[in-house]
Each structure stands twice: as structure tokens, then as C-alpha cells.
Design a protein around this ligand. Sequence first.
Ligand SMILES: [Zn+2]
Length: 187
Amino acid sequence: MAHILKLDVSGLPEGWISPQEAAGFYATATVAWTLGEPWMTLRGGYNRMLERRSLMPLHPIIAIKGRSRNPAGHDTVPALTRRTLIRRDRNLCGYCGLVFDERDLTTDHIMPASRGGAHVWTNVLSACRRCNHGKSDRTPEEWGHLPLFVAYTPNKYEGLILSNRRVLADQLEFLLAGVPKNSRLVE
Ligand SMILES: [Zn+2]
């Protein structure tokens, strides 16, 4: 199920919400403004005056009135999971550079976890099983194969793209505008 991108009233993204959650904002008139053409319509309650069910068109992006619920959220580091990492690295192994199915990629700690390497965006790369096995608990320098690209921390906009498999065109356009130029998403 596609999701709706929720912004605060100033246009900063807060996160993905379900169509049902969005309907709640429409119903309570807390939607300040919207972006994009409605992409689905929810059926509302029966209206006796009009003798028909009300229809609620949902926009792909909605800004909600009132104070931002998460003022510090803009500096929030996106959740690091195997799936979001693989999407950041575009299904490439960071050492041999080949493309793999998600199920065939592992999370490699550049500085091995066994040697104090942290589980943070800047210390992880997608790696195929063969490279991960070959590298073992060595650093890339010790192994003799340097990473092919930089391990970086996605910002909030990029994190929202990485965490949703079905980003709609209007949403992608909005979020990409907030992704730094050095992101692998905009290469
Ligand atoms: Zn590899």
C-alpha cells in the first residue's frame, strides 16, 4: 500500500502515514495545504442531505496545521536497517561493484564490529557474501580491496525515500529536492 507523505505546515517532512491516518486529518480539517493530484479516494460516511456517501480525495503530500510534532526531527538520522542500507547502496556490493538481489547482500562493517567498528551509516556497506566472507574481520586496507564508494549518512529526505518501496512520483520529486548533491540517489 502506498503511503502519504506528511509535512509540517512549513513544509518540512515528518514521515509516512497511511491513507486512513491521512483521512483523519482531512476529516478534522487539519490539512493546511497539499501537493500533487489526488491519487486515491476514500469513501466517507453517508450524507443524508446529499443522499450519498461523501468521497474524500487523498493527495500524495499533505501539510498539517499546527506546531511540528517533532521539531528536532530534521536532524534525525534515518533508521539503519539491512534493507535501507541496500537501497542506499543501490543493490551494489561495495567491494566488487556487482549488482545483487537483496537476499544475497549482507551488511559489512568497514571497521569490523569485532574490532570496535560502530553500527552506523558511515561504517557500513552492502557486500555480497563472497566479499564479506573474503574480507572477514579485516579492514579494507588489510584485505587489499578498498570500498568502491563512500559510506555516508542519508539525510531525512533521503531516509524517507529509502524506507518506502512505493514512493509516488510527486513524493519522489519533492523529497529529491531535499537530498544533497553528493547522495548516491542523485548521481
Ligand atoms: Zn562483492
